[in-house]
Design a protein around this ligand. Sequence first.
Ligand SMILES: [Zn+2]
Ligand SMILES: [Zn+2]
Length: 186
Amino acid sequence: MFKAFFNKKPEKAKLEIELLGFHDSLFFKRLKEDMEKRLPISVEEFESLYDIEDAFNEQRQQYYTPDILKHLHDQNNGNSVYRMAILNVDIFNPVFKYLYGEAQLNGRISVVSLFRLHEELYTGQADSALLFQRALKEVYHEFGHNLGLIHCLDWDCVMHTSTSVEEIDIKGGFYCSNCFRQIKIS
Ligand SMILES: [Zn+2]
Ligand SMILES: [Zn+2]
């Protein structure tokens, strides 16, 4: 399938990721390596002057994803790259009290929060390997929505919904073959 894709369109699609409000070059490097190995995309980091505090909601003590998505949308200037913001703070939107991430279906923008993926939040014990595994799953999940995928019932698939970290840990780390076949990267 990748071969056919490359024959048709030699120019790779691009995903630009902004680490908002924190910096971790090793995290980005590992994420980029994993994604470029598994998907026909190039993954680059982008920086902006956006102040994440602009999305802070005093009452909720959380950050509002519509503001962050609007920032990504404004940054995009109608060009065709995919953009994802990764944050390390707690996020919410009008529908959900908290979120692991949010993305436009068949769109270009997405947001992922690492905040609730930290094991120390639940057991008091940090686990950086587990954090990275969970982060990867949430990144593939949200990016999958950009690529046209909806939720999948297969627990081995990363497009399965998760309402807890236990569910994130149980589900698979990548798209099932059925979802993979439906991916539309452009
Ligand atoms: Zn989803
Ligand atoms: Zn699936």
